[in-house]
Ligand binder design. Structure first.
Ligand code: BES
Ligand code: ZN
Length: 551
């Protein structure tokens, strides 16, 4: 499969799924790895940060690959240190790799010396979770004055095409809004298909899922998001994982500020509406009163912060920051506040109290008015009470894109399909996020009356046969919610093609909560793909399928 341009996670025919070779967390036996000296002895642990991939688990299928994913508390299995976001330090690393391999790290400078030895230095203090390493058959291509894309050779052209000439604009807008970009370079590394996140904001080099290679830049919001962490998260960091919203809520706000500047408010509000729909879905499944639906989460000793991960810090956090902007009432003034906030707390780790006290100091009039204790909207309530956000930013500029999608979804949900009306709606010019919004509405109305999903599938092949991962996820969810067994193979194919947590878990939950056939599909798919999944994702799926504790 050398030279294949689409990354595939599934094992080649003839490889048994019980084959342990290349299982993540366990270094594969091939001798190439035995010759890989690292800066310190690594004791591979099944729950560690270091993922060891066999050649079959890469896009090119030729050489093994390794990478680390530190956030939240996985880097303690990579190197000794204070594995808390409360403290920051600089670091340097010397990494020797076998011939034909390249190492990259989240570092401000790097140099290749003799004997395939790479020397990295991060000159700014960062929290331990942002130290990251990847080694593989990776090459790079320039896409901007301070940006390169990195990928396996078979993906590099697609990677360059996806982001050539677009990244610099996001950085420049970010700098205009939030102050200098201090990290020097901003590179993007396209990871193997089992990478569990859309993106990870490792400084100087964001790691991203290869699903972003959609061919049309439609998933670029992930890049804007990770760039936004250059100020919120990487410069100003949450001091504890219980206040993760300080990283993600501010970053969602910054992402949508940059997006508004570059793409306008209609598109950005549409994207924010899909985020709000995810928060709605999350709160519907957990119940609004769930303790994780607070911005400030209590993480008891011994609890893995990753286990508290959900949409609340992102989307409720976004609402809270939007509420602060609403209190200020003037976008420019609020932008200046954000810039001052970064300047005040850069290279530090802070709590929500630090952030909110700074806000009140910066706007003394608001402090005098007691905005922190308006009934129902108390800052304390935002932080400590679970539930739906008490303030929602106005997304009406997105209406021009949402309304046609709402109306079309309504038509598809009705008993006797009015094909005349449906066919009068031309969706050929709809952008990915407009289709995503439409599919979320369909999902919300599902199960649809008998036969409607089949008709939907044949009417819109650009949806039911989409290659775009966000569309594939939604289509698979619709297929499952409607017990549309004829297209179960698409669910299987999607789960074989990539291992992103936010795609994988909702689909297993849907299968497990569905029919006998759906449950069988879940078991069959999991037993074929388990060895390739990231250890965290594999354990979460096990939990969903009631396989916890078994190996
Ligand atoms: N920092 C997160 C990813 C993360 C969170 C890793 C918690 C480990 C623990 C990253 O910035 C992120 O939020 N990625 C999103 C992007 C999306 C919100 C645009 C993702 O991966 O889906
Ligand atoms: Zn993030």
């Amino acid at each position: 499969a050398s030279g294949s341009s689409s990354p595939v996670l599934s094992q080649p025919a003839g490889t048994k799924s019980s084959d342990q070779k290349g299982k993540q967390g366990t270094p594969p036996k091939p001798s190439s790895w035995a010759a890989l000296p690292l800066p310190m002895e690594i004791i591979p642990s099944p729950t560690g940060t270091v993922c060891w991939l066999s050649p079959e688990q890469t896009a090119g299928k030729q050489k093994p690959y390794m990478y680390t994913q530190g956030q939240a508390v996985l880097n303690r299995s990579f190197f000794p240190g204070f594995d808390t976001p409360a403290v920051k330090c600089t670091y340097s690393a010397t990494v020797q790799v076998p011939e034909g391999f390249t190492a990259v790290m989240s570092a401000t400078t790097w140099e290749k010396q003799k004997d395939n030895t790479f020397v990295f230095k991060m000159e700014h203090p960062i929290p331990s979770y942002l130290i990251a390493l990847a080694v593989g058959d990776i090459v790079s291509a320039e896409v901007g004055p301070r940006s390169r894309v990195w990928a396996e050779p078979c993906l590099i052209e697609a990677a360059k095409k996806e982001y050539d000439g677009v990244i610099e604009e996001f950085l420049a807008v970010g700098e205009k809004l939030f102050g200098p970009y201090v990290w020097g370079r901003y590179d993007v590394l396209f990871m193997p298909p089992s990478f569990p996140f859309g993106g990870m904001e490792n400084p100087c080099i964001t790691f991203v899922t290869p699903c972003l290679l959609a061919g049309d830049r439609s998933l670029v919001d992930v890049i804007i998001h990770e760039i936004s962490h250059s100020w919120f998260g990487n410069l100003v960091t949450n001091a504890t994982w219980g206040e993760f919203w300080l990283n993600e809520g501010f970053t969602m706000y910054a992402q949508r500020r940059i997006s508004t500047e570059v793409y306008g408010s209609a598109y950005t509000c549409l994207e924010a509406a899909t985020g709000r729909a995810l928060l709605r879905q999350h709160m519907d499944t957990t119940g609004e009163e769930h303790p994780l639906n607070k911005l400030r989460v209590v993480i008891e000793p011994g609890v893995n912060p990753d286990d508290t991960y959900n949409e609340t810090p992102y989307e409720k956090g976004f609402c809270f920051v939007s509420y602060l902007a609403h209190l200020v009432g003037d976008q420019r003034k609020f932008d200046s506040f954000l810039q001052a906030y970064v300047e005040q707390f850069k290279f530090q780790s802070i709590t929500a109290d630090d952030a909110l006290n700074f806000f009140l100091e910066y706007f003394p009039d608001l402090k005098k008015q007691g905005v922190d204790s308006r009934p129902g909207l108390e800052f304390d309530r935002w932080l400590n009470t679970p539930g739906w956000p008490p303030f929602l930013p106005d997304l009406s500029p997105g209406q021009q894109l949402m309304k046609p999608a709402d109306e079309l979804a309504e038509l598809w949900a009705s008993d006797g399909l009015n094909m005349e009306k449906i066919e009068a709606v031309d969706i050929s010019a709809w952008k990915t996020y407009q289709l995503v919004y439409f599919l979320d509405r369909i999902l919300q109305k599902s199960p649809l009356p008998d036969g409607n999903v089949e008709r939907l599938s044949t009417t819109y092949p650009k949806i039911s046969k989409a290659q775009n991962a966000e569309l594939r996820l939604r289509w698979c969810q619709i297929v499952l919610r409607n017990n549309h067994e004829a297209e179960y193979s698409k669910v299987k194919a999607f789960l074989h093609s990539q291992g992103k947590q936010k795609y994988t878990l909702p689909l297993y939950r849907a299968m497990w909560g569905g029919s006998e056939a759906a449950r069988a599909l879940a078991m069959e798919t999991f037993s074929a793909t388990a060895p390739q999944l990231h250890i965290n994702v594999r354990n979460y799926v096990k939990k969903i399928l009631g396989l916890e504790g078994s190996d």
